[in-house]
Design a protein around this ligand. Sequence first.
Ligand SMILES: [Zn+2]
Length: 295
Amino acid sequence: MSGDYRSEPPVVCRWLVRLASLMVPLEERAAWRGSRDASLHGLWVLALRGELPGRDFAFLAWWCGDALADAFRTQCRGFDVRRWVRAPSFLLAGAATALVLMAASTHGFAVTRSLLHSLGRAASIAEQDRLVANLFPVAFALVVSIIAAVGRVSPGGHSWRYRSFLLLKTLLLVTIVPLLWIEGGAAFRKSIPNETVRILAGGLVLVVVFIATFEWAVLWSLADQRHRCPVCLRRLVMPVRIGTWASVFEPVTTEWICEAGHGSLCVCEVEAGEPDHWMELAAAAEYCHEQAEAE
Ligand SMILES: [Zn+2]
């Protein structure tokens, strides 16, 4: 291979290194990527001089595969199940797994697809009844949840990553719960031979359970977000409660910290108390230093 020595390595290789680096833990990522980028540039110079062993394409493909494997090994070395459960990826992986399992066990959401199919065309009276019975509770649960969520959500002042995670998590939950209700409800009703029991248990009781679960899921999503680090989105740990319920000047407050050391969050447990207060590690250290100097 001949050409300009200053030219960049193939864009595919550079992107593979960039993608592989996402697997490397955050604290080691910059160093890992720096060394791999330098190695890739060195190899590319050798390729341009025609000094790589064997065919250039095969050698670079092997090198990229090795980089991916190395990034994966680095991730596994630092893997801790308890930390992963607190990471945002755990929730997203759990939701994705639930969707895949549901799709596999319901022939690709067959009941939901048939409902959407009826929605798009002039349906018979029986089909219209089925549509109303399935979709009206979903619309009702959505309205109830929006009313319940108003005032509890304050995404302003947070990063786009924090807001995107809240949006994605809530969207996944408000997709999974209605799918469970439509697909699971249809299977449940089919298994009840008695018509009266089917209408009461499979209809009325299930509607109430669905609406309550839907609202709980939305409120849980907001509560979960409130206890996440705004920097790394991990669940905060080690709650410490201070103050007393009877005191007006020192109300009960719980302080949480980020295990990655990004900062601490003060949550006032009293209704209509102070809003949550996030303090970054550098600011917290400065505050402690000032307090120590004042004493
Ligand atoms: Zn953090």
